[in-house]
Design a protein around this ligand. Structure first.
Ligand SMILES: [Zn+2]
Length: 150
């Protein structure tokens, strides 16, 4: 799977999302830059387990994807599961955008993650389960205990 394939899936999810949101721009960055952005935002997360994140700009929301990390997380899974994972991480970001919650403190960020997870669980249970499964597999893989949030 290539960047173009990931972009196509993400755009499809964005176009079909049924809550009123500012449609985000989707951008791809390489691993090095992606990691630097995470550091700049002081996001407490492990780069190997974070495939994408959203920032608010004056021009609207932007979702940054790192295709290398996306693909490493679904390594060994079927094409359908990989596609569904990309749908799931995009939906997760769209719920963040729809919820308009600040994530400027650790507590606020945890709350924002919990709410996005609840939205996923109630509206996209299959996607929710796949996200959990990939997240749990990656925690074993990278042996890291920090909370996952993106
Ligand atoms: Zn998140």
């Amino acid at each position: 799977m290539k960047r173009e394939d990931i972009a196509l899936i993400a755009h499809d999810v964005i176009l079909n999302f049924d809550l009123p949101i500012d449609k985000p721009l989707v951008l791809f960055v390489d691993r090095q830059r992606f990691s630097r952005y995470l550091d700049l935002m002081h996001m407490k997360k492990h780069v190997d387990r974070t495939p994408c994140f959203t920032i608010q700009t004056h021009g609207g929301p932007v979702i940054y994807f790192c295709d290398e990390i996306v693909l490493s997380l679904v390594d060994g899974r079927s094409h359908d599961e990989a596609s569904m994972f990309i749908e799931a991480i995009t939906l997760h970001e769209l719920f963040h955008i729809a919820n308009h919650l600040p994530a400027d403190t650790n507590e606020a960020a945890v709350l924002a993650e919990e709410l996005a997870a609840q939205d996923m669980r109630s509206r996209y249970p299959k996607h929710y389960r796949l996200l959990r499964s990939v997240s749990q597999a990656s925690q074993k893989l990278f042996k890291h205990n920090s909370t996952t949030r993106a």
